[in-house]
Structures are given as structure tokens and as C-alpha cells.
Design a protein around this ligand. Structure first.
Ligand code: KIV
Ligand code: ZN
Length: 511
């Protein structure tokens, strides 16, 4: 079996998805989970892009020991210097530099001739290898580049010291056969090609990112780049979980495997979806809610007789639990902690006790707590820690047809003082949010509101995601609760608390 390295760019290309804006602790949380998933390389960000990106890449490189951490840089010294400062303490510092090679980009974006592009690329790689033990070079828009020029520049950057050559389909334009043919061409026409690893990076504009990535594996590529859930620029990148499961399931065809811990897939996917606010379509391959749901009678009958009649991937393989009723309101602390352990949700004793309290009050209202509920609960709690400036005490909302919806809210403020307000609105959520706006002393513009159920059944937990502007700053928040109104209030406060937290942090830094 050939080993295919997995290069995860959820925190860089994935974070470039419209509407996604991860904060420092969310990025760290995702990076730790990617390490657990066993990705070979984590592209943690673009250190020269902003102070925030620099800090998160720096921290991820410091914390992550079992994956190589990389950062993106343009072919300019200032970007490479910033990347070195961010990555130098990493377990295996690696630089990812890129330069566009296609005629369209050369003419309209770079305004450089072919010769100038080669010169820029070579001098950037030479500078990069003087610092980094491993340098990956990407030919941006490679798939719309003249093949002979692509082969020429690739040979030059290999001679300059690049160890990995990435051929991105930047605009999601190529077809699987054509993509495979590009790699074959490079293998036959670049004299030094045997010295490097070849990498594929596909975008999904024409819905071919996975097919193209797999065609690249067929053509001998040993590194695949992509993101969890396929998030990314425009239509997104290749979904890594799909690539890994396809290679596993069709090992007979590909003769290649990744090193991913497949049973961490579901957890990783849920975390990324939760933190980015990008919901997973129910029919999405591998991680969609319906990916293992057999609906038709004929299929159900077949599966009951023999699973493999209609099931080519077992849910357990990717960490999807088929165990629905696990814990309920009669379960004790011990059973609760044991279940957390079985689900490999590592929380300390004190935290487990706190979570048990929350679990008990939820279990009181909810018939059964599934594994999905527990994972959601733990994620929610760990993520909201340290950011609770405003805490929800109680809400009361009155709604009736032909009546004006009215909400009353009691919060605890930063000094534990009680804040109470009431307001009306055109609907229950508006009444609630108008009331909360009075409580938090600042103008709030709601930009997006989404609701999703976690777990199955009528008593599934509600998860709300909001995006808003608070005191002129864009922020987002999540809330999880049995009731949609409570989840909505929590999401609102989570978003506000993030701004308060950031304001405090900035004030301390500037003091
Ligand atoms: O799609 C692309 O070309 C990229 C490069 C920066 C590698 O993301
Ligand atoms: Zn990309």
C-alpha cells in the first residue's frame, strides 16, 4: 500500500470560506482535533496576513507535536520571514510558498513575463530553504498553465531546493482525466521529479474536487490537500474525509491508504461545522446525517438481512455511533463519566462534574441523551469557558396569535450584578433579542441567524448560530439548549461575550 499524506488546509483555505471567521481559541481547538485525526500536515494559516493569523499559527506550531505545521507565504521575503517567526518552534517547520504560473495570472495579476515568474519563484525558494527544513512550492492556477512552462518552472524550483511540488486546480476547472495527465506529463518531462513529493489541491467549482483528487492518486501523487467538510474558497476544497474513506473503501483499486484515524472523522467534522457555522448537508457523503440512513423498505429489508447489501461504509468506521439511547435522567455521575471516556472526550474531573450538572438538567427535560448530544454538550462547554461576561439567568417569552410577543430576561453581568429587562418584538426571537440588546448596552445588528437540531427525535437539542455586529465589531456565537429560545439567547450572549472578551484583551495589551 502506498502511503498518501494528508495536508489539511481547513484553517487556511477553509477559513477563506465566505462568512467564516474563526477566533484564536477555535483555531487551536480545530488544530488539536486535526492532530488527533492524524493528518500529516496542518496548514495553520497565513502568518503575514494579520496579527491574529500570526498568533494562531505560532501557537499551533508550539502545541502540535504529531503533525507537521505549515503556513502559507507569497513569494516575498516579508511573508517568509513572518512565517519563519511563527513556525520556527514547530516539530517540523515547513513553508508553503506559491506563485501563479498561468498566462491569465501572469498577464493580468502579476504583470510578469515567463522568465520573470521563474526568477521570482527560484529566488523565493532559495530564500525559503535557507531557513526551513521543508519547503513546499505551489504553482497557483497550475491547471490553466502551458504544460511545457509548468514542467520548466517545476524543474527550476526543485533545483532551488523545493521538496514538495503542489499542482493546484485553483479555480476548480480541470477534469479527472486531464488532471491525471498533468501529473503524468510532469513525471515524464521534469528531470528532477523523482526528488520530490507530488501534491494535489482541488477546488470544487464544477463538483469535481474529489474525483480530481482521486485521479491524482491514480496518477502517482503522494499528497492530497483539502479541508474538513470540504469548506473553502467559493465552492470549497476537496473534503478530506471523503478522500480518506474512498481510499480505504476502494483500497483494492487505489492500493493506497492515508494515516488518518478514521473513527475521528465524525467528531472532527462536527467540530468544524459547529465552529465555522457551516452546516453539513444531510446527504453529504461520509458525514451527512443521512449518509447511513436507509429509508426505502427494500433497502431496510436488505440491510437487516445483510448490511453489505446496501452499506459500503460502516458508520462505526468513521465514528458515527449507532447506539442511540445511552444515558437518561436516572443515570448517575459514574455512568456519565464512563460514557465520556468511551467517547474519548477528555475532560478533567472538575469539568466532568460541572458537565454532569448540565447533563442532569438537560436530561430532566429530554427523554434520552444520545452520544451526539453528549459530544455537543462537551464542545459547547469547553468552548464557552472563560468568555462568560454576561450569563443567562432566566428568560420568559410570551407568544400567542394576535398578541404582541414579549420577552423578559435576567442576566448576570461581569460583577455578578443582576440585569433585568423586558421588550416586545414582531416575533418571539425578535422580542428576545430586543430585550437582550437592552441588557448588553450596545447596538446590535443581527446579520445571520441559523437553527439546527442536534441528535434525532422531537426532543433533539437545538443549536443556534448567530452572526452579528456588536459595538461595530463583527462577531458570531453559538448556543445549545433543549429549547430554541434558550439556545437563541445563549448564541446571542456568546457572540456579545466574544467582543467584550476581545475588548478587554486589547485594553490589557495596550495598557
Ligand atoms: O487554490 C490555490 O491555488 C491555493 C494556493 C495558495 C495553493 O490555495
Ligand atoms: Zn486553494
Amino acid at each position: 500500500m502506498r502511503k498518501i499524506n494528508i495536508f489539511d488546509t481547513t484553517l487556511r483555505d477553509g477559513e477563506q470560506s465566505a462568512g467564516v471567521n474563526l477566533n484564536f481559541s477555535e483555531k487551536i481547538e480545530i488544530a488539536r482535533q486535526l492532530e488527533k485525526l492524524g493528518v500529516d500536515i496542518i496548514e495553520a494559516g497565513f502568518p503575514a496576513a494579520s496579527k491574529g493569523d500570526f498568533e494562531s499559527v505560532h501557537e499551533i506550531a508550539r502545541l502540535v507535536r504529531n503533525s507537521s505545521v505549515t503556513g502559507l507565504a507569497r513569494s516575498v521575503q516579508k511573508d517568509m520571514d513572518a512565517a519563519w517567526e511563527a513556525l520556527k518552534h514547530g516539530a517540523e517547520p515547513r513553508l508553503h510558498i506559491f506563485l501563479a504560473t498561468s498566462p491569465i495570472h501572469r498577464e493580468f495579476k502579476l504583470r510578469q513575463t515567463k522568465e520573470q515568474v521563474v526568477e521570482t519563484a527560484v529566488s523565493a525558494v532559495k530564500y525559503a530553504v535557507s531557513r526551513f527544513p521543508i519547503v513546499q512550492w505551489s504553482a497557483e492556477d497550475a491547471c490553466r498553465t502551458e504544460l511545457d512552462f509548468l514542467a520548466h518552472i517545476v524543474e527550476q524550483v526543485i533545483q532551488a531546493g523545493a521538496r514538495v511540488i503542489n499542482i493546484p486546480d485553483t479555480v476548480g476547472y480541470i477534469t479527472p482525466n486531464e488532471y491525471g495527465a498533468i501529473f503524468k506529463y510532469l513525471q515524464e518531462n521534469v528531470p528532477s521529479i523523482h526528488k520530490v513529493q507530488l501534491s494535489a489541491h482541488c477546488h470544487d467549482d464544477l463538483g469535481m474536487a474529489i474525483a480530481n483528487s482521486l485521479a491524482a492518486v491514480d496518477a502517482g501523487v503522494t499528497q492530497i490537500e483539502g479541508t474538513i467538510n470540504g469548506i473553502g474558497e467559493r465552492a470549497g476544497n476537496a473534503a478530506l474525509e471523503e478522500v480518506a474513506v474512498a481510499l480505504h473503501t476502494r483500497a483494492d483499486h487505489f492500493g493506497a491508504q492515508t494515516g488518518l484515524v478514521l473513527k475521528e472523522i465524525k467528531r472532527t467534522s462536527s467540530l468544524v461545522s459547529k465552529l465555522t457555522g457551516m452546516t453539513i448537508p444531510p446527504n453529504k457523503a461520509v458525514v451527512g446525517r443521512n449518509a447511513f440512513a436507509h429509508e426505502s423498505g427494500i433497502h431496510q429489508d436488505g440491510v437487516l438481512k445483510e448490511k453489505t447489501t446496501y452499506e459500503i461504509i460502516s458508520p462505526e468506521l468513521v465514528g458515527v455511533s449507532t447506539n442511540s439511547m445511552v444515558l437518561g435522567k436516572h443515570s448517575g455521575r459514574h455512568a456519565f463519566k464512563e460514557r465520556l471516556k468511551e467517547l474519548e472526550l477528555s475532560v478533567g474531573d472538575e469539568e466532568a462534574n460541572k458537565l454532569f450538572g448540565i447533563f442532569k438538567s438537560l436530561a430532566d427535560k429530554k427523554k434520552e441523551m444520545t452520544d451526539d448530544d453528549l459530544v455537543a454538550l462537551v464542545l459547547e462547554e469547553t468552548l464557552s469557558q472563560g468568555q462568560n461576561f454576561y450569563q443567562l439567568d432566566s428568560i420568559q417569552v410570551q407568544y400567542g396569535t394576535n398578541q404582541i410577543p414579549t420577552a423578559t430576561v435576567t442576566l448576570k453581568g461581569a460583577e455578578n450584578e443582576s440585569i433585568q429587562e423586558a421588550a416586545t418584538g414582531a416575533g418571539s426571537i425578535e422580542a428576545l433579542y430586543n430585550t437582550l440588546e437592552r441588557c448588553v448596552e450596545g447596538t446590535v445588528n443581527l446579520l445571520d441567524y441559523r437553527i439546527q437540531s442536534v441528535g434525532a427525535g422531537r426532543d433533539a437539542l437545538a443549536q443556534v448560530f448567530v452572526k452579528m455586529k456588536y459595538e461595530g465589531k463583527e462577531t458570531s456565537g453559538r448556543g445549545l439548549a433543549q429549547d430554541v429560545l434558550e439556545a437563541s439567547a445563549k448564541a446571542y450572549l456568546n457572540a456579545v461575550n466574544r467582543v467584550v472578551y476581545m475588548n478587554e484583551k486589547t485594553a490589557v495589551l495596550n495598557a
